[in-house]
Design a protein around this ligand. Sequence first.
Ligand SMILES: CC(C)(COP(=O)(O)OP(=O)(O)OC[C@H]1O[C@@H](n2cnc3c(N)ncnc32)[C@H](O)[C@@H]1OP(=O)(O)O)[C@@H](O)C(=O)NCCC(=O)NCCS
Length: 237
Amino acid sequence: MTSGDREKGTDMGHDDTDARPTVKIASPAESRDTLALRAESLPDAERQEASRYLRAEDRDRFLLGRLILRDLIHTSTGLPVSAIVLKRDSHGRPFLPADPDLDVNLSHSGDRVAAAVGRGLRVGIDVEQHRTGLDIVAIGRQVFTPYERAVIAAAGSGALAAFFTQWTLKEALIKALGRGFLDDPRRIEIRREKDGIFQPHFVGSGPDDLGHRWRLQVLECGDHHSGALAFRARPSP
Ligand SMILES: CC(C)(COP(=O)(O)OP(=O)(O)OC[C@H]1O[C@@H](n2cnc3c(N)ncnc32)[C@H](O)[C@@H]1OP(=O)(O)O)[C@@H](O)C(=O)NCCC(=O)NCCS
């Protein structure tokens, strides 16, 4: 879409999962010139959904998200971009009825839009702009476990970036799980293990989804943005 777009298969280099998602990250600011033109290729339903956004920047993020997701789906399936139909499940999570084995997810914040697709995988992706003026201590108490809050506090002057790294890791996993707003995000704890791998754990009792070999990866999103990807092989039916 622009020279600044990045599209790649993820390379975590340490696990035994063969299939990996493909990720694309784009900048609405850099895509402005082509966005209006390319948006014409989107189905009516999506252009109508876009028109519900009052702010142009929200509309652009939505449109760009749907466009880069379609680019990834086209590369994976060969479907013409104009023939790709996306639906939402009961939690609002997009899926591809024509090829449900290809899981899809996307995220947008600030000047970043990110999309991921993975065959035979469950995928979640999250990007967040490093918004200033937030009370990260108060918000952290509502969403992070004591361990996670300690990681953020230990980052000192890098606490804002650490906050959003921890946030996007957790949010990417929540989006992969696809249940919408979890009753309490503190029930999931993302730990950085000694080997540098991020590992999710349920705090207290809960369903065993996290036992299914989740992979968590920090995505390089450039200045003032954090991003993360979560995926795992889909269990056989
Ligand atoms: C959608 C949701 C999962 C994330 O929303 P968000 O962070 O504001 O927005 P993002 O830009 O990252 O993601 C929005 C995209 O996720 C996708 N999405 C929507 N509902 C989803 C769901 N239930 N699960 C996974 N993905 C979903 C959509 O593609 C949507 O973009 P689109 O409408 O342009 O197609 C939100 O409903 C939510 O529950 N957030 C709170 C989770 C939480 O507790 N976080 C705090 C701790 S980290």
